[in-house]
Design a protein around this ligand. Structure first.
Ligand code: NAP
Length: 281
């Protein structure tokens, strides 16, 4: 079988164009605020990418880069100011935060109506209940790719490897909402290979380069690789692309699969938050 390569760049470009078109029709441009603490180089690159993407679609962006020694109380103050600022439609607190700050406390302090990362307990709860809220960008991007490539989900067995609050859990909830039968795997799952081999749709969000190999992929499955691992040989996914592509119906590459979707869906979330105004969820 020769797998279809899922083109995340193309799907993301379509979504960004749609967002730009809708922003152009608004009286007031949405605003995205980013809050970054410390000088982690990767985080600086991610945040700059988000601001560049905002500019390209006409979303205003406000950047708060705080020193590494910022206290948790000072960070919570900045978040409270942005919660109260009507020019801010959406806000992200860039992770990871320095160890002296409780990341869950910081992300939970964001007004759920502005929580475009979907990390507040309110939005996480709405997602689990299948109600409308702000859904984390990477999991929404995974679903958008599955839709774009006509992946049958109803009654399908979907296996998600990884159970993080940012990716694995929300992907599982979204697949369940589409009536897939969902299995979530994690570091203590017994015989991961056998579980994965049962998957019609296999989503890997682990953070272990090439953990999922071709022998773990069912013939004809759709494989979505969320992994972004920096290795000595460059960026690697959580899936061994060559061997998995030999068995899959469709598969995402790394880079060029899920990665480009994350920023596109963040822009769409910002638009959604702006369109709702200050309405509380
Ligand atoms: P995370 O918080 O570290 O979670 C990893 C999950 O994988 C955990 O649930 C862990 O299980 C599980 N796991 C670890 N080793 C395992 C093993 N050997 N077998 C089965 N499960 C195992 O990571 P994350 O934030 O979800 O990110 C996952 C990957 O996606 C990373 O490579 C990250 O860089 C990438 N990512 C990409 C994007 C993007 O835009 N493309 C966005 C976000 C994340 P336990 O819960 O039992 O520890």
């Amino acid at each position: 079988m020769s797998a279809t390569i899922i083109d995340g760049k193309a799907v993301a470009a379509r979504i960004r164009a749609e967002v730009a078109e809708q922003v152009a029709r608004m009286d007031q441009a949405p605003g995205l605020a980013t809050v970054l603490v410390g000088d982690d180089p990767a985080s600086h690159i991610y945040v700059s990418g988000k601001h560049k993407a905002c500019a390209e679609v006409g979303i205003a962006s406000i950047r708060h880069d705080l020193p590494a020694e910022t206290t948790e109380a000072d960070l919570l103050d900045v978040i409270a100011q942005l919660n109260a600022d009507p020019a801010v439609s959406g806000m992200i607190v860039q992770l990871p935060l320095p160890a002296h700050i409780d990341a869950a406390r910081a992300t939970s302090a964001v007004d759920p109506a502005k929580d475009v990362d979907g990390l507040t307990p309110t939005n996480a709860g709405l997602l689990v209940q299948g109600r409308d809220g702000l859904v984390p960008a990477t999991p929404s991007g995974v679903m958008e790719l599955l839709r774009a490539y006509d992946t049958p989900l109803e009654g399908a067995h979907a296996v998600v490897v990884g159970r993080s609050d940012l990716v694995g859990k929300p992907v599982g909830a979204l697949l369940l909402a589409e009536n897939a039968t969902v299995t979530t795997c994690h570091s203590r799952t017994r015989d991961l290979a056998a579980v994965c081999r049962g998957a019609d749709v296999l989503v890997a969000a682990v953070g272990r380069p090439r953990l999922v190999t071709g022998d773990m992929v069912k013939e004809g499955a759709t494989v979505i690789d969320v992994g972004m691992n920096r290795t000595a040989e460059g960026l690697a996914g959580d899936v061994d692309f060559e061997s998995a592509a030999a068995r899959a119906r469709a598969i995402t590459p790394v880079p060029g699969g899920v990665g480009p979707m994350t920023i596109a869906m963040l822009l769409r979330n910002t638009l959604k938050a702006a369109a709702r105004g200050v309405r509380r969820i």
